[in-house]
Each structure stands twice: as structure tokens, then as C-alpha cells.
Design a protein around this ligand. Sequence first.
Ligand SMILES: [Zn+2]
Length: 184
Amino acid sequence: MSTRMPEDFYSDGDDKPFLNCKVCERELNGSGVPYTIEKAYKRTQEGEDVTLFEVAICIPCAEKQAQKMSKESRRYLASVMGNQDFFEKRQGLWENWEENWKSKCIFSDSEVKQNDEYHIVGHFQDGELLPQQAPFLIGQEMIEEIQENLSPETKEEMDRFGDQFLGPDPTIKALMEDSQFVLV
Ligand SMILES: [Zn+2]
């Protein structure tokens, strides 16, 4: 199975792989530290995919950030991302991930439609996918469900993180007006 990073996970800035953790700025390639990349898109009326935000974050920083969430939110996210069902779906995707990983939401099996927001998530080490961990797509329905289940404190914390690390791009702000920043 290929562990090559799909170009979807390259930085929009220069169309190259991310080099550093957004938070601690540690180098991602050659450090051996696992990291996650999440990119959020909006599919426009015209069918074009516009990037809302992109972030590469090393696992130690992601864990620190997770500690800032409320207990309820952590429990909720663990129930979504840490359950057997999700594990099996992701394992099943590994077999043919290159053809299938973006075709539908890993949770709802819905395809991305016009005006939908969707996120892609991948876990990497030294520029390669972690074995058995297929990248996946989270569709609009599931993003909304996650947002509805996060506590107000966690939402505030995520907004703070977003403001600090994702930059106040006015275009993106406008696009994200209705959507809550979610990092998984
Ligand atoms: Zn870091």
C-alpha cells in the first residue's frame, strides 16, 4: 500500500508539503514526530473548492490543544473518533485508499455537494502516511454534528486557536461566518 502523501495535503501557500508545526514550529520532515494535517474547504456554487483553513500540527501540540477542551467535549470527540466503528471504517479504507478516501464522508457516507463545507484529515510521519491510517474526509453533516456537540468553552478555545494560528484573513472570515472552527 502506498504511503505517499496526497497533494491535497500540501500547503496552499507554495503547493509543497508543510515543513513545520504551526504551533511549536518544529520541523516535520526528518524529525520522526507524527503530525496531523487538516484542511477545510468550501465547495462553491460553481463547484470550485476554496480553502477555508489549513493546519499542520505535531501530535504533542495537538494533544496539548486537546487538553484545553472541556471534559465533555473530549469525551464526545473520543466517542466519535475513538470508537470501533470508525477504526474499522478507516482500516477498510486503507486497502484502496488512493481511489476512495475523498469520495465520501467517512462517517455519513455522503458525497460532497455544492455549498458544502468539508474537511480532509491525514496523519503523517516524515512526509509519509502512517501505515494503516488512511486519510479521510469529513462531510458537512458530520461537521455540523461535531459543532453541535462541543461545549461553549471548547468552541471559545478553538476560536482562540484559530485566531492565533490561522490568521485573520478577511475572505476566510467571511466564508467561515456560519461555521465553527473544528480541529480533529
Ligand atoms: Zn508542535
